[in-house]
Design a protein around this ligand. Structure first.
Ligand code: ASP
Length: 621
């Protein structure tokens, strides 16, 4: 028997028991004729005391950090108690011990605040995983998974595995492909998600499906993306959007309760995509705080139903605003007394290349009801007052105004709002606010190639299986998808078609998304055609799905949560890598395995593949 207890288990009630522990040597401290060793395992740390009689043996076989050790002895009350750890009141007076295995000196300290940098820890991830900080994250991940499974099981969902070696499932990225030895010249694709399989399972009658499943997407790794990641993937039949929203806000609330002991009793707020873009400048607003955008000027086709406020800022010959496509403002609470230095710093912030603004206009709404602006030359006190009132600014607020081209300016104001929210402490880590963003556009115009399919065409904003809103179907059917003038793609009727699609947003992060699906062959064919696929290509790529839709496909819909991201947010971290046992680095490499790597010539022969590597095409060509 290697152990009778774990290193996190023994307490005062165990004093005088004879026990055996096994674990890793965290520290060795020698005080004259006695030696203390902290022994660590997954469950905690227990102090071992080696008395005088064992010193010779210890001297002959010295213990080093991370040695694997078995120790037997009696539980003893400690004279010098450590209140910081659960086993801190006791120690084991060792009677015999055995080194089960030695360890080389670890390349970094196995402690919460380790001296190891990122790369080193990733190279020796198996050692990094011994650290408490990482272990806590994996435990949280396990708890989220367990809570998910319990909830879905209680609601009649069935966990069904789907294959990894498949044909393409477009989700807006490139596929990872795997050559087939038995079918030379042919390739499998790894699933970007189990999307088509879960829909086929609905056709088969498994009306509530889920899977906690790996997905693979070959995309340029923006910050904090992994080429393989995990989803909680779900699908339901005979449901409307409302049923899905209710079921899955229930799931997230259950996870909050089980994992964080948070009772999220409020109904999850809902917002249309258009409102999100209008009020927050992005489709995943952080609603822990207000500071909504005031749209002083915007191109008519972006928000056709909204009223223009441009008369507030025009007519004074201020060229910057007159020539701008978009002028947007936020009122930052309580900052009217910012100094010149502070507002200059914000101006520099918006001018950084990542934000890309040319400048910033400020209006201080002084506590005494007067206004002071960086453009006083152009605007009378009365005009400033009118702008302040449109912005919903209170006395004591600082109004920040950005102007420029629509897309860039809206993005910039959204970033600026988040930045100011962060600086003012409005984005609290322990506050959780959920939001459904709904009624997304069905299509997106790809000005650049996103998935290897080329640029200058409509792509599915969610995926091609998402259904249009019923009263928008005719727009899709009656209009030619071709865009004649690329600069004016937003004016094409397709830009206004909305989808039965929804995203769940938590504290400004998209944690999940899904849609009600198309389940009739004819409509699915129309959708594929809109995306530029002719009948032959549709048959080649999706013949199986179109075929299945002829055999009694039920109405269905679903969604998937980003499991890694959800865990990271619940764990209060920005990085999903911290919540994945063996993650890849930012260039998609596993530095521990040193993958990807070349393969043997023999493997190429078997696959009948010959490499002909060309230098990569520079971006933009
Ligand atoms: N397959 C979708 C995704 O990966 C989720 C869904 O529509 O259910 O985003």
């Amino acid at each position: 028997m290697y152990r009778s207890h774990t290193c996190g288990e023994l307490r005062m009630g165990d004093v005088n028991k004879e026990v055996a522990l096994s674990g890793w040597v965290q520290t060795v401290r020698k005080f004259g004729a006695i030696t203390f060793v902290d022994l660590r395992d997954r469950y905690g740390i227990t102090q071992l005391l080696f008395g005088e009689s064992l010193q010779n043996e210890l001297d002959a076989t010295p213990l080093g950090r991370e040695f694997v050790l078995q120790a037997k002895g009696k539980v003893n009350e400690r004279s010098n108690k450590n209140v910081n750890i659960p086993t801190g009141e006791i120690e084991i007076v060792v009677s015999e011990f055995k080194i089960l295995n030695k360890s080389a000196v670890p390349p970094f300290t196995i402690q919460d605040d380790t001296d190891g940098g990122d790369d080193l820890r990733m190279k020796y991830r198996y050692l990094d995983l011994r650290r408490n900080a990482v272990k806590k994250n994996l435990e949280l991940r396990y708890a989220v998974g367990r809570s998910t499974r319990n909830y879905l099981h209680e609601n009649n969902f069935m966990d069904i595995e789907t294959p990894f070696l498949i044909k393409s499932t477009p989700e807006g990225a490139r596929d990872f492909v795997v050559p087939s030895r038995m079918n030379p010249g042919q390739f499998y694709a790894l699933p970007q998600s189990p999307q088509t399989f879960k829909q086929l399972l609905m056709v088969s009658g498994y009306d509530r499906y889920y899977q906690i499943v790996k997905c693979f997407r070959d995309e340029d790794l923006r910050a904090d993306r992994q080429p393989e990641f995990t989803q909680i993937d779900c699908e339901m039949s005979f449901v409307e959007q409302e049923d899905i929203l209710n079921m899955f806000e229930g799931l997230v609330k259950r996870i909050f309760k089980d994992v964080k002991n948070i009772n999220y009793t409020e109904k999850v707020e809902r917002m249309s995509w258009e409102e999100a873009m209008w009020q927050f400048g992005n489709d995943k607003p952080d609603i822990r705080f207000g500071m909504k955008i005031c749209n002083l000027k915007f191109p008519a086709h972006t928000f056709p139903t909204k009223e223009s406020l441009s008369s507030l800022i025009s007519g004074v010959d201020f060229k910057v605003f007159d020539e701008a496509e978009t002028v947007v403002a936020i009122a930052v609470p309580g900052c009217s007394e910012y100094t010149r230095k502070q507002t200059d710093e914000i101006t520099e912030w918006v001018k950084r290349p990542q934000i890309g603004m040319k400048g910033l206009v400020t209006i201080k709404c002084n506590a005494d009801g007067t206004f002071k602006s960086s453009v006083d030359k152009f605007y009378t006190e009365e005009k400033l007052k009118a702008i302040a009132s449109a912005t919903n600014a209170q006395a004591g607020d600082l109004i920040l105004i950005l102007s420029g081209a629509e897309e860039r300016t809206r993005k910039a104001i959204s970033e600026l709002r988040l930045e100011m929210g962060k600086r003012l402490g409005f984005r609290k880590e322990d506050e959780f606010r959920l939001l459904w963003v709904m009624d997304f556009p069905l299509f997106e115009f790809a000005l650049e190639d996103q998935d290897g399919g080329g640029a200058g065409r409509w792509v599915a904003r969610h995926h091609p299986f998402t259904s249009p809103k019923p009263d928008h179907i005719h727009i899709m059917i009656n209009n030619n998808p071709k865009v004649e003038d690329l600069d004016k793609y937003l004016e094409h009727p397709y830009a206004g078609i909305k989808a039965n699609a929804y995203d769940m947003v938590l504290n400004g992060n998209e944690i999940g998304g899904g849609s009600i699906r198309i389940f009739q062959r004819e409509l699915q064919e129309k959708m594929f055609a809109a995306l530029g696929m002719d009948a032959a290509e549709q048959q080649h790529k999706f013949g199986f799905l179109l075929g299945a839709f002829e055999y009694g496909a039920p109405p269905h819909g679903g969604l998937a949560f980003g499991f890694d991201r959800l865990c990271a947010i619940l764990g209060g971290s920005e990085s999903i890598r911290d919540f994945i046992a063996f993650p890849k680095n930012n260039s998609g490499r596993d530095v521990m395995l040193d993958a990807p790597s070349t393969i043997d010539a023999k493997q190429f022969d078997e696959l009948q593949i010959k490499l002909d590597l060309k230098p990569p095409t520079p971006k933009g060509e």
